[in-house]
Ligand binder design. Sequence first.
Ligand code: ZN
Ligand code: ZN
Length: 305
Amino acid sequence: MKREYINPFSARGNWYRGNVHAHTTISDGTKSPEELVKLYKEAGYDFLSITDHSVVAKVGHLASRDFLLIPGEEICVGKSTAGTLYHIVALNIDDTLPFEDFDYGLNPQKVIDKINELGGTVISAHPFWSGLNHHDMMKINGYHGVEIYNTSCDFERNTGLSDSHIDGIIAAGRKPFIYAIDDHHGAEMGNAPLDACVAWINVKAEKLTRESIMASINKGLFYASNGPEIKDISIDDEGVISVKCSPVRYISFVSTPSLGFKFHAMGEPLTSAKYPGRPGETYVRVEIEDFDGRRAWSSPIYNIG
Ligand SMILES: [Zn+2]
Ligand SMILES: [Zn+2]
């Protein structure tokens, strides 16, 4: 079986951890950009994108040699089947987008096209929380990836996990990259843990610069996590996928509807698995879960013959 995978594990460079979706007091967050940068830096993150609603925050002065800020914005437009807005995150743009936020009449495709035209990177944010179904996501094109996990949506509404949305669009032929992010706002109700420094992407890049990190993100050289570590994914000449990871209770090869496979830890924690694939699969993505229920997700590996 021939497979196609943008493999961050075999790519040259270093791992850098970042959160690419967060809000501050500049829009509806409870922490200032200064507080947020301090928080993420102290938690061991290497980069952060502050993506306030309908404004690119000018926070470049808060960056340092060992902590990178990538400018960004979130904008909510259009109307899903359920009558809800599409939330779109734009990474790596320098100026605020020329659109009104909360414009139900604006086709989200126009926003996506504009971000791409500006050289930015588009993420389809928290589809489960937004009430999008995968048909809504098939109506738009040109997004680089989708949030499989959103900490804020998880902690506040239990709608943070959009895995089935992603598998729905992959099964229908799309090739999204998979992001996990915090979408930090601050504790809304006081009865949830702080939605900061919980989820991340680990990016393999040459160095910690905006150009290098964005080049790697755009290529897809990253994986997503809110806890466990994927140490390696390799594919041999026969197409057998090998995974190495921190100790987990399952290693799953999520695939085409009704196919794929899940290896469970029976007694000892799992730290590796091998999967040859099954006939009829068009893709496989690796998902692992540790004993605290935290997960890591690879981007999809496609079968190409
Ligand atoms: Zn949002
Ligand atoms: Zn947000």
